[in-house]
Design a protein around this ligand. Structure first.
Ligand code: FAD
Length: 349
């Protein structure tokens, strides 16, 4: 261990809803966690406009504002946040060693992984510009905004069938655009979609461009067999071609499922004792801010209990890991300074 390495009871990877909720709970359990929040910090809600389904906000809230509140609440109880990425970790022995891209080494008795996932996008012109203005990757989150509209769903797997079926609650018509002439989805999901009178299929078709200025007006679609191009008018596009869990760092170290998600056993425990996982990084089913936050809470409680079983209660010894010696280079926005003043004011109070 480098003399400058920080020792903490709990290191949390990720500053989305799961990571920051885990931080809140472990901070309030007097474990003085360090969050290595990732760059960019805040996770998927940072690219979300209106969040209308997070309980406690009857008027809705902007995704980045919700993350800011999570962050402030975690910092209030002494969470230290480094806006940096973990680039390497050693979990072969305890305590664990984490190394950040910014050059910080952190030694942790327990680790909570909350590195999330990312929706896969089509990467076609118009898509990024119109995200949040008619282009979405989450029907549960955004379907409500599309009442009475004609919608496009891109994809041919279970997710696409699920999204299309859900969207028929709001849309007047849903067209599934699929590159092939058969679906990848399971038979039961495919049949449910095919039987729905509001769902139509555009086979052998690839979306080449999302059209619209300020809001979606249509998609340009190419026939994958003939090459013929045509415009399909619509009021929204749901991209349902899957998610990519952020688990590359853990390959060969922790058990992953066939699609790359972290495997948990006994609630939030991973296959390595002392290493826990929460949120979208281990959940391909629900993928919601509230479920990620809930799992962050679960991981924090499981971590606290595991540390107690190991005789590691209370914050780690001060010294290199004290707020006064947290290196500044990892912070991109003064978050460490904010964390320091939060710790200081808590000490005063
Ligand atoms: C466009 C969009 C709209 C959405 N709308 C809604 C909605 O309205 N309501 C809702 O409930 N849900 C919504 N969701 C889903 C919701 O955002 C996610 O379910 C939730 O953010 C998952 O939280 P998480 O903490 O597990 O992961 P994430 O939010 O993905 O956060 C992961 C964190 O890990 C960090 N990280 C990654 N790699 C590293 C590393 N090597 N080292 C350190 N940190 C790392 C990232 O920087 C990030 O901070 C939406 C998602 C998208 C994409």
């Amino acid at each position: 261990m480098k003399p400058s390495a920080m020792h903490t009871r709990v290191a949390i990877l990720g500053s989305g809803p799961a990571g920051l909720t885990a931080a809140l709970y472990t901070a309030r359990a007097n474990l003085r966690p360090i969050v290595i929040g990732g760059v960019p910090a805040g996770g998927q809600l940072m690219i979300t406009n209106e969040v209308e389904n997070y309980p406690g906000f009857p008027e809705g809230i902007q995704g980045p504002d919700l993350i800011d509140l999570f962050r402030k609440q975690a910092e209030r109880f002494g969470t230290r946040i480094l806006d940096d990425n973990v680039s390497r970790l050693d979990v072969t022995k305890r305590p664990f060693h984490l190394f950040t891209a910014g050059g910080t080494e952190i030694v942790a008795d327990a680790v909570i992984v909350a590195t999330g996932a990312q929706a896969k996008w089509l990467n076609v012109p118009g898509e990024e510009k119109l995200r949040g203005h008619g282009v979405s990757a989450c029907a549960t989150c955004d379907g409500f905004f599309f009442k009475g509209k004609e919608l496009i769903v891109a994809g041919g797997g279970d997710t696409a069938m699920e999204e299309a079926t859900f969207l028929t609650k709001f849309a007047s018509k849903v067209t599934v655009v699929h590159r092939r002439d058969t679906l990848r989805a399971s038979r039961i999901m495919s049949e449910r979609a095919r039987k729905n009178p509001k769902i139509h299929f555009l086979w052998n078709s690839a979306i080449e461009e999302v059209l619209g200025e300020g809001s979606v007006t249509g998609v340009r679609v190419r026939d994958t067999r003939t090459g013929e191009v045509r415009v399909v008018p619509c009021g929204g596009v749901f991209v349902a071609i899957g998610h990519e869990p952020t688990t590359a760092l853990f390959r060969g170290m922790l058990e992953l499922d066939a699609t790359g998600y972290l495997k948990t056993t006994e609630h939030t425990r991973t296959t390595v004792p002392g290493l826990f996982a929460a949120g979208d990084v281990q959940d391909h089913r629900y993928r919601q801010a509230v479920t990620a936050a809930g799992m962050g809470c679960m991981a924090a409680i499981d971590t606290e209990r595991w540390l107690a079983e190991e005789g590691l209660e209370g914050p780690a010894e001060e010294g290199a890991g004290s707020p006064a010696t947290v290196p500044e280079h990892g912070a991109s926005d003064g978050s460490i300074s904010r964390a320091k003043s939060a710790v200081a004011s808590e000490a005063k109070g």
